[in-house]
Design a binder for this molecule. Structure first.
Ligand code: NAD
Ligand code: UGA
Length: 325
């Protein structure tokens, strides 16, 4: 996508995995970016600071280290045309027990604070990073946006609450909001609690990778550059206000297939050990992306195998700089 006039974008969660890629892509396309992050403790601050290194080289980038769940945010959004709200407490499996409080705070409260700050203004597009986890164990695969959401994890419930908040502000204040349901995103800088990052670390160190369940669970893995392209398109597309879109990778593979693929790419047999299915994990995800194809001209272009190869190459290049879970 080309940004012809100088767009000013706010990216929340800009030091995170997807947010840092989105920030760089916006800058490369000529936008000015105001990035916000509070370095929450889901993983190391040092990795998040490294995620920001390339963006910091751009004159058009400004970083504001604030916590969205605290205080008023009107000044932050005032000059921005596009607001990409990616800041969140992510991750399905850690969302039980005492950490749920953080999920409510960073996924629901922080979203409400940002929406409050934007609600009175016109001409601002608000893009909310939602999640396939809102579907739970979907009855139909691929799953269309019209399926009734039924989250299976506390995390999914908080992401659905964020979507509902966007809908409520759209309905009451006419807020120009769009929700994107990302499906398991992977690639360079993936969070250290996610499967492929753990797998890369295990294979490189010749350690065992724990497979939860039989490994036949499937995911519509989405390469991060495809996620970013869809997100940027949602920032400026016409006729999408108030809508929700699936952003999947375009195909579904099992975890066992992904592990075998990485073994071939790395030239090393991954050592695996079976562990019980984790609470909150769904069996399969699959995105019907017709709506995004039509309205956002979304065309995922990186296959799971090519994406795994890129993530492995990046991981090896940056080995020693990656924290191991
Ligand atoms: P991430 O943890 O790498 O990035 C999120 C960032 O938000 C972090 O850097 C964190 O410090 C920041 N943050 C959290 N709470 C904040 C607050 N209150 N104020 C300011 N900053 C705050 O996660 P990610 O994997 O890049 O996910 C980005 C978004 O995409 C999230 O909304 C997540 O729910 C969504 N999502 C991710 C995936 C995936 O596969 N990674 C899939 C579906 C949806
Ligand atoms: C991912 C993200 O972590 C969530 O933030 C996001 O919201 C969600 O995608 C989504 O699509 O909505 P998940 O699908 O669990 O969640 O992603 P991975 O951590 O990459 O796990 C993929 C599969 O590998 C899961 O079945 C998981 O149980 C399995 N896994 C993970 C293992 O078997 N072993 C591990 O060590 C880690």
């Amino acid at each position: 996508m080309l940004v012809s006039v100088r767009v000013k974008a706010l990216v929340t969660g800009c030091a995170g995995f997807i947010g840092s890629h989105l920030t760089e892509s916006l800058l490369e396309h000529g936008a000015e970016v105001l990035g916000v992050d509070c370095f929450n403790d889901n993983y190391g601050r040092s990795q998040k600071l490294r995620n920001l290194e390339l963006a910091q080289d751009w004159d058009g980038f400004e970083f504001v280290p604030i916590d969205l769940a605290r205080g008023a945010l009107e000044d932050l959004v005032e000059d921005c045309d596009q607001i990409f709200h990616l800041a969140a407490e992510p991750g399905v499996r850690p969302s039980w027990g005492s950490r749920f409080e953080l999920y409510v705070r960073n996924n629901v409260l922080a979203t409400q604070h940002l929406l409050e700050a934007v609600k009175g203004s016109s001409g601002k597009r608000f893009v909310y990073a939602s999640s396939s986890s809102v579907y739970g164990d979907a009855e139909q695969l691929p799953t269309a946006e019209s399926a009734v959401p039924a989250p299976f994890s506390p995390y999914g419930l908080t992401k659905l609450s964020g979507e509902h908040l966007c809908r409520v502000y759209h309905a009451n204040y006419g807020l120009d909001a769009v929700s994107l349901r990302y499906f398991t995103v992977f690639g360079p800088r993936q969070r250290p609690d996610m499967a492929f990052q753990i797998l890369c670390a295990a294979v490189l160190a010749d350690q065992t990778f724990e497979i939860y369940g039989d490994g036949e669970q499937t995911r519509d893995f989405t390469y991060v550059s495809d996620t970013v392209a869809a997100t940027m398109a949602a920032g400026s597309a016409h006729g999408v206000s108030g809508r929700t879109f699936n952003i999947g990778g375009g195909s579904r593979i099992s975890l066992n297939e992904a592990v075998a693929a990485l073994g071939e790419i790395a030239g090393r047999e991954p050592r695996v050990v079976r562990r019980p299915v984790q609470r909150g994990d769904v069996r399969d995800t699959g995105a019907d992306i017709e709506a995004a194809r039509t309205a956002l001209h979304y065309r995922p272009s990186v296959s799971p195998i090519d994406g795994i190869a890129s993530q492995w190459a990046w991981f090896v290049e940056h080995a020693g700089r990656q924290p191991v879970q």
